[in-house]
Design a protein around this ligand. Structure first.
Ligand code: HSE
Length: 431
C-alpha cells in the first residue's frame, strides 16, 4: 500500500496523542484512505524525557531540519507552539513543498496572512483545526459545511482554562489562584498561563474565526482584549445573585457596516445555554443567514481532543495528496459590506459595576452624581455589607451606556477619597 510520510515537530502532550491515534487506528485509517499514514520522523528539543508511549529511538531527532529537508516527507505537523521558531520552520517547510498541519493559534493569528499567502503561492495548504476548540470541528464546519452562508456573528467561550477557573469559582467557591493552579496541573493552560487568563489565547482564536466568517484578517492590536484576572470570587457570587454568570466571551459581530471584534469577561443570564458551559468546555455560537443559529460545543483543551483534530487534518491532506488535488482552503469571500472595525469606545451595553467604598454618608450620592454627569442611568444598586466607616462593596447594574462615557465616569469616581480600590466594570451581553 502506498504511504504518506509525516514528520512531527513537537512531541509534547498533543504530539504524543497524535502518535497514539495514528498508531492505534492505523489499519482503520488505511482502510478508509487506501493509503498508509507513516510517521517517518519526530522532532523535539527534549527526546530524553519519558512519554506515556513507547517510541522507536530511530524515529527521534532534535533537529527540525532533518524533517523539513527530507524530500520523502509529505506532511509536517507543527506542535511546538509560539511564534519562533515555529514561523521559520513552517516557512521553510512550505518552501520545500510540504503541507502543514498546526495547532498553533498564536502563530496563525499573528503571522497567518503571510503564511497562508506563501502556502497558496506554493500550491500547498496549512490546516489548523486543532487551533480553535480542540476537537470541535468548527473550522471545517465554517469552511465547508457553512460555505454558502453569510455570517452575522460568531461568539463563544474559546479558552478552556479561563472557563475552568470561572466554573470552579462559581460552583465550588474556589479562589481564582487555586483554580488557576488546578488548570495548570491538569495541563490545560498554555506554558505562559497569562495568555489564557488575560484573554490573548481567546483573541488569537477569535482572529481565526473572524477571518473564516467575514474574510477580514484582524490585527491582534485591533482586537479589544480584557482577561479574567481582575474577576474576584465576590463578583462571581454577586453576579449569580443577580441572575447572571460571568464568562470570558470572544465576540465578532457585524453591526450595520461595522465589525466588532472583542474578548472580555461578560455577564450572561443564567438561563442562557452558554451559562451552563462549564470546566474546560468551549462553546461557539454561529449566527448565519442560511443555516440560522448554530451552537458547537465540546472539550476545548486536552490531549486526545486536540490530537483528534490534528489527525482529521492529516487525513484531509492525505486525501488531497492521493487525488493530486490542491484545494485552496482559505479562498474566503470577504464581506464587502463591512467598512470598518468599531472601536470599543463606541460600544454600548448594560454593565455590572462594583465599587469598594467607605461605608459613610454621602458616598453613594457622590457616585450617583458623577454617573449622572455622564448621563449614565442606574438600574439597581445594592450595598453588600454594613460596616460603619469600613470598606464595603457597592454593586450596581447600569442601563445601556457608552463604554467611553462609563470609563470617564469610573476614572472620576475612582478619585473620590472614599473609594478605596479601582472599580470593576463588567459588560452585560444580551446574547
Ligand atoms: N490553553 C488553551 C485553553 C488550550 O485553555 O483553551 C487549548 O487551546
Amino acid at each position: 500500500m502506498r504511504k504518506i510520510n509525516l514528520g512531527l515537530i513537537g512531541f509534547g502532550n498533543v504530539g504524543c496523542g497524535v502518535v497514539k491515534i495514528l498508531r492505534e487506528r492505523k489499519a482503520f485509517l488505511a482502510q478508509r484512505l487506501g493509503l498508509e499514514i507513516n510517521i517517518k520522523k519526530i522532532c523535539d528539543k527534549d527526546i530524553v524525557s519519558k512519554r506515556n508511549i513507547s517510541i522507536d529511538k530511530e524515529l527521534l531527532t532534535v533537529h527540525a531540519r532533518e524533517i523539513i529537508e527530507d524530500p520523502h516527507i509529505d506532511i509536517i505537523v507543527e506542535l511546538i507552539g509560539g511564534i519562533h521558531p515555529a514561523k521559520e520552520y513552517v516557512t521553510e517547510a512550505l518552501k520545500k513543498g510540504k503541507n502543514i498541519v498546526t495547532a498553533n493559534k498564536a502563530l496563525l493569528a499573528q503571522e497567518g496572512q503571510e503564511l497562508f499567502a506563501l502556502a497558496a503561492d506554493r500550491g500547498k495548504n496549512i490546516y489548523f483545526e486543532a487551533s480553535v476548540g480542540a476537537g470541535i470541528p468548527i473550522i471545517k464546519s465554517l469552511r465547508e459545511g457553512l460555505v454558502a452562508n453569510r455570517f452575522y456573528s460568531i461568539f463563544g467561550i474559546l479558552n478552556g482554562t479561563s472557563n475552568f477557573i470561572l466554573s470552579q469559582m462559581s460552583h465550588d467557591n474556589c479562589t481564582f489562584n487555586k483554580a488557576l493552579n488546578e488548570a495548570k496541573s491538569k495541563g490545560f493552560a498554555e506554558k505562559d498561563a497569562s495568555l489564557d487568563i488575560e484573554g490573548i489565547d481567546s483573541g488569537h482564536k477569535l482572529i481565526l474565526l473572524t477571518y473564516l466568517c467575514f474574510g477580514k484578517f484582524v490585527n491582534l492590536n485591533d482586537v479589544f482584549i480584557e482577561g479574567i484576572s481582575r474577576i474576584s470570587l465576590a463578583d462571581v457570587n454577586y453576579a449569580e445573585e443577580l441572575g447572571f454568570r460571568i464568562k470570558l466571551l470572544a465576540i465578532a459581530k457585524k453591526e450595520n457596516n461595522d465589525l466588532e471584534v472583542r474578548v472580555h469577561p461578560t455577564l450572561i443570564p443564567c438561563r442562557h445555554l452558554l451559562a451552563s458551559v462549564d470546566g474546560i468546555f468551549n462553546a461557539i455560537h454561529v449566527s448565519s443567514d442560511l443555516a440560522g443559529d448554530l451552537l458547537f460545543y465540546g472539550p476545548g483543551a486536552g490531549q486526545l481532543s486536540a490530537a483528534s483534530a490534528v489527525v482529521a487534518d492529516v487525513v484531509d491532506l492525505t486525501k488531497d495528496i492521493k487525488a493530486g488535488l490542491f484545494r485552496p482552503t482559505l479562498n474566503i469571500m470577504a464581506d464587502k459590506s463591512i467598512k470598518r472595525l468599531r472601536s470599543i469606545d463606541e460600544f454600548e451595553s448594560r454593565y455590572y459595576i462594583r465599587f469598594m467604598a467607605l461605608d459613610k454618608p454621602g458616598v453613594l450620592a457622590k457616585i450617583a452624581g458623577i454617573l449622572s454627569k455622564f448621563k449614565i442611568s442606574i438600574a439597581s444598586v445594592t450595598q453588600k455589607e454594613r460596616r460603619k466607616s469600613q470598606i464595603v462593596p457597592i454593586v450596581m447594574i447600569i442601563h445601556e451606556a457608552c463604554e467611553k462615557d462609563l470609563r470617564s465616569a469610573l476614572r472620576a469616581i475612582d478619585q473620590i477619597d472614599a473609594i478605596k480600590e479601582k472599580s470593576v466594570a463588567i459588560r452585560i451581553e444580551e446574547v
